[in-house]
Unconditional design. Structure first.
Length: 292
């Protein structure tokens, strides 16, 4: 883990179990939110990768939310004063897809904890591990990397009118295998927040996003970007099953800013995915490996 302050070295939350019936309603709701003509799965069908983010949700009472909209207290929230939370990325191994409409179990535990130095001060990187099972069989293993920092953001670090450095990558020179164009409006952000129990105010409260966290505009959810990247293989790869995936969020995308989800074939079994705007070649990236 590297050096950790004492209050983090002594932080050892116990694993927690939870269950969910995986009812079909949230899948139909997200499909409508994404303007799909029909639900992507019905009861008894396989749940597409990452669509399990609609389940196992936590709904704290309003008085238990902080000024930013995140819960004040939580089992895997580190003991850091005035913490602000950012999702950095994650990875997933899929042994077998979850089946919609069948009860599932999740076991959540603390993974790695690291302290790193960022532009605005000390950052705590916390990894939370989830194992999902159905009928006592392990289906998914997922890890989320969450970054916590203390204090205020630096407004100029996030302002949407600040010129963004264009990152040129070798894959940019190759024509994408598949692509999807999206213009994220405030209604899309609101509906996705509701579907995923995400009350972070940067997604719906412009004054807060601009004046407190320094973004200058409403911010598109990182998980929404990840889901839209995964829409490319879901829509175009037929019956091929994804065995593993990883994703990383690199810079924010703002409301009403058109972007493209792009897929590039690395070989017969691997795809590279990214989110690109006119000013930045990779706001988010992902890699997937198909099952043999």
């Amino acid at each position: 883990m590297g050096y950790l302050p004492k209050h983090l070295r002594e932080w050892h939350p116990e694993p927690i179990p939870s269950t969910d019936e995986l009812a079909p309603g949230p899948v139909a709701a997200l499909a409508a939110t994404l303007d799909l003509p029909e639900p992507v799965a019905l009861r008894g069908d396989l749940l597409p990768p990452m669509w399990h983010w609609l389940y196992f949700l936590d709904w704290p009472r309003g008085k238990d939310l902080g000024d930013d909209g995140h819960p004040l207290h939580g089992h895997f929230l580190p003991p850091i004063p005035d913490r602000r939370r950012m999702v950095a990325g994650g990875r997933m191994t899929i042994h077998s897809p979850l089946v919609l409409g069948r009860p599932a179990e999740r076991s959540s535990s603390l993974g790695d904890v690291q302290i790193k130095q960022g532009r605005t001060g000390e950052l705590a990187f916390v990894t939370v591990r989830h194992e999902f099972s159905q009928d006592s069989e392990l289906c998914l293993v997922e890890e989320h990397d969450v970054v916590y920092r203390s204090g205020q953001a630096t407004p100029e670090a996030h302002a949407p009118d600040r010129p963004l450095r264009v990152e040129v990558m070798s894959e940019d020179q190759r024509p994408p295998k598949w692509q999807l164009e999206v213009r994220p409006d405030s209604a899309l952000l609101f509906r996705f927040s509701a579907l995923t129990a995400n009350a972070h105010r940067i997604h719906y409260d412009l004054a807060y996003s601009r004046d407190v966290e320094g973004y200058g505009e409403l911010v598109v959810h990182g998980p929404l970007l990840a889901l839209l990247m995964l829409e490319l293989p879901r829509r175009h790869s037929g019956d091929r099953r994804i065995a593993s995936l990883s994703y990383r969020f690199r810079s924010p995308v703002f409301v009403d800013t058109p972007f493209r989800a792009l897929a590039t074939a690395e070989d017969d079994d691997r795809l590279s995915l990214r989110i690109a705007t006119a000013g930045n070649a990779r706001h988010a990236t992902a890699n997937i490996v198909f099952a043999p």
